[in-house]
Write a protein that binds this ligand. Sequence first.
Ligand code: SF4
Ligand code: MG
Length: 315
Amino acid sequence: IKALTRVFDVSKPWLNRILERRGKALLTAVSNVDFQIEERTTYALVGESGSGKSTIGRMLVGLLDPSEGDVQVDGVNLATEADAAKVAKVRSHIQMIFQDPYASLNPRWRVRDIIAEPVASKGGETEGLAERLLEQVGLHPSDAGKFPHEFSGGQRQRICIARALASEPRLIVCDEPTSALDVSVQAQVLNLMSDLKEELGLTYLLITHDLTVVRHMADRIGVLYLGRLVEEADPQSLFDAPKHPYTQMLLDAAPRMDGFGREVPPPQGEIPDPIDPPSGCAFHPRCPIAEDICRQERPEMKALGKGRVACHLAR
Ligand code: SF4
Ligand code: MG
């Protein structure tokens, strides 16, 4: 799966407020983000709020289209393919799980109908389907007759996972799947996701602001800052030797040494206004080791060690 994207996303209320204030301002939510997800692996996209990670997830499931670039799945470019049936077929194997499991469940529907809906809407066989899937996600088949409000947050997320599985997906986009849950429940849901991945040969795009969540889930991690990929690596390389100052900042708020033996102070400053991003490296106002070139030239992603990094000073 390849994503090379530049999209304009004005769907968020806070963005709309900025847009109104500024008249015709247009936001580039994601730019030149280029990554591939290998089949049966978990690719984690990590970044703060406003980094563009949800935008990328929404493009994969078709809730948004890129204004430029490709979103390729199994060789089909979802952004430009003219054959609607072909696109629909690929999309039917991509499902999404959202942050708030309650908001995404219709409160007036029984769990049986919620889970079977993706199949029923295509005229498929739904007899016993919800019961089977409920068992697969660690709930009881008899739960099929209940309503969403009768379940805890973790159980509701299990119901959302069961609904996603109903379409026999190959790729599941998981947008902050556990951040609305109690800490004690988060690990259970993540473990379930890991088990299902092994059993069913699933591929995940895991979207999160929380690096600790990805540590044991991800096979590959991409770090986003203001709509651009700044570092990509396998978890061990990323956690043991982060190359980008922003990744270092995310990993540890406490003072630490950077790759060249200099001490990197704790994170400073806020995320800049995405409408008017800083020149050169967009991270430079917050970067503790920025030099003149950082304010002038945008660093390109380049291979370094086992990963890629966009930083003028990374060695
Ligand atoms: Fe910091 Fe410069 Fe690297 Fe950007 S390019 S992260 S400002 S050192
Ligand atoms: Mg988000």
